[in-house]
Design a protein around this ligand. Structure first.
Ligand SMILES: Nc1ncnc2c1ncn2[C@@H]1O[C@H](COP(=O)(O)OP(=O)(O)OP(=O)(O)O)[C@@H](O)[C@H]1O
Ligand SMILES: [Mg+2]
Length: 321
């Protein structure tokens, strides 16, 4: 599927500085836990260029997932400046941010986050609901994307009828069906055996090479990280080794923190996320702002729940026309 087919015209980055997809300057994220505050990010600057391939590494709790959620507009920084597709997220309301996310970002998570009672093709079609694309066309686009990830023969399988690697490929197809500028993958191979993980990683790399989608990958695996064109090493909420050729990353590297990369062998599965975030559904909706769209329920199965938006995705009659 071409970018033109999926949505807005693309220059490879869609607005802002030419060739720059996401621009983060001195980003901070502090969680307020009723009296105590947790500084998960303490001034991170990073530029993701169109077509980039960046690995983010660092020990458990260093802020990798927090950063990914900010870069993808799933959460908002409490400090610094963040531009996605050239638009300063501070100037956007929840609905505008959700729309920008749907047009620009694809997410892949360690634990897939597929709707359990919904077929592969309808899981992949879900982000297209928020684009207002009709049911038949959604299905055609989703089926084509599943074909690209090698699952053209599994369209009507539900997640529990698929292997782990197949489920992750469905999740990748869902992330890419909107033709995003940036694909954010948070430990996408973390729940997969090494052979399956390798095939998922190769798929992501092929898509990066063939479609030009920028790939930002969180991993605890040194060998995986070494395959990226650039590595960002995080520790304690700061970037300790910025990518050498990142024009947006200041070279403020605390001397005491400089050192060999630490790879935590037992990372947590998924981060906890801030309550009260207004960012809503990772695949395009903004919770309340697009509730009417979600309630149409013409993609997810009846009563299926979306783990990422915390609510029922619909009670409608399965896939649309
Ligand atoms: N919603 C939250 N409320 C409070 N603290 C949080 C929340 N989410 C994350 N944190 C804290 O922020 C820090 C960074 O968390 P984050 O999930 O970004 O780490 P990570 O680098 O992704 O770790 P892992 O490799 O284990 O996934 C941690 O200390 C974590 O406890
Ligand atoms: Mg994490």
């Amino acid at each position: 599927m071409s970018r033109r087919e999926a949505g807005p015209a693309s220059d490879g980055a869609r607005g802002g500085r030419p060739g720059v997809a996401v621009d983060a300057v001195d980003l901070g994220r502090t969680y307020d836990l009723g009296g105590t505050s947790v500084a998960a990010l303490r001034g991170v600057s990073l530029t993701i260029a169109a077509g980039d391939y960046v690995a983010i590494v660092g020990p458990s709790g260093s802020g990798k997932s927090t950063l990914m959620h900010l870069l993808g507009g799933l959460d908002r920084p409490t400090g610094g400046r963040l531009a996605i597709g050239g638009r300063d997220v501070a100037t956007l309301d929840a609905g505008e941010l959700a729309k920008l996310r749907n047009e620009t970002i694809g997410f892949v998570f360690q634990s897939f986050h597929l709707l359990p009672r919904t077929s592969a093709v309808d899981n992949v079609a879900l982000p297209l609901v928020y684009r207002g694309i009709g049911g038949r066309r959604r299905r055609t686009m989703a089926a084509a994307m599943l074909g690209r990830v090698g699952l053209g023969h599994r369209l009507d399988h539900r997640p529990n009828q698929l292997s782990g690697g197949e489920q992750q490929r469905v999740a990748i197809a869902r992330a890419l069906v909107t033709d995003p500028v940036v694909l954010l993958a948070d430990e996408p191979t973390g729940n997969l055996d090494s052979v399956t993980g390798e095939s998922v990683l190769s798929l992501l790399e092929d898509l990066n090479a063939s479609s030009g989608v920028a790939l930002v990958l969180v991993t605890h695996d040194r060998e995986v990280a070494a395959r990226a064109r650039r590595q960002v090493v995080m520790r304690d909420g700061v970037v300790v080794v910025p990518p050498a050729d990142d024009p947006g990353t200041p070279t403020v590297v605390p001397a005491a923190r400089r050192g060999p990369e630490i790879v935590d062998p037992a990372p947590s599965a998924e981060p906890r996320r801030a309550s009260g975030s207004d960012s809503g559904h990772p695949f395009g909706g903004s919770g309340g702002a697009t509730g009417a769209t979600e309630r149409r329920g013409d993609t997810p199965a009846a009563g299926d729940r979306c783990e990422r938006c915390g609510g029922s995705t619909g009670t409608g009659p399965g896939s649309g026309s």
